[in-house]
Design a protein around this ligand. Structure first.
Ligand SMILES: [Cu+2]
Length: 178
């Protein structure tokens, strides 16, 4: 391996380490301070929206997913809207009946870090959701690289490949032993 190549790999490893240090979860920044309806609420009917309130302003992109009785449900209203520190998941157009609701979010905070989590509420009087699994086509396939996590994953994969390459070169081959 040439010196230039080795230098490139160490720069890559350093860059990977920096990305990991900056990655979400490394430090606590934007914290979820409230959810409406509140976590664990028992409701008579589906709420019009679910609002996640954070400790600082949030920004796009924001994504949400809804699982009802273990089945993913599509959101006709699309991605959540952001209003300052509020991330609002609009349930308009959701016709699914169901008892056990989990609403998950993934959003970027003002400092650029991704935060994600979920809340759960139940509608005990509702029928159990037995509708077919929602198709994945409303997942916004065109914007897959807008997720910072995918970039982090890509850098990690590159770093591992670089490491394997370096170790492979260092390992004594059978020719050396002779
Ligand atoms: Cu942060």
């Amino acid at each position: 391996m040439s010196a230039a190549c080795r230098r490139f790999l160490s720069v890559l490893a350093l860059a990977s380490a920096m990305v990991l240090m900056l990655a979400p979860g490394a430090n606590a920044h934007a914290a979820l301070v409230g959810v409406d309806p509140e976590e664990g609420a028992q409701l008579d009917a589906m709420p019009e929206q679910v609002t996640f309130t954070f400790s600082e302003d949030m920004r796009e992109p924001a994504f949400a997913s809804v699982v009802v009785d273990g089945r993913p449900v599509s959101l006709p209203a699309g991605d959540p809207t952001i209003d300052g520190a509020d991330v609002i998941v609009d349930l308009a157009g959701v016709t699914t009946e169901g008892r056990d609701w989990t609403v998950s979010y993934r959003v970027v905070s003002a400092d650029g870090h991704t935060v994600e989590g979920s809340t759960n509420f139940t509608i005990p009087s509702a029928d159990v959701n037995d509708e077919p699994i929602a198709s994945a086509e409303d997942e916004g396939s065109g914007s897959i690289w807008s997720s910072p996590w995918l970039w982090v994953a890509a850098v990690v994969v590159l770093a591992v490949l670089a490491l394997l390459l370096v170790r492979g070169r260092r390992a004594p081959s059978s020719n050396d032993a002779a």
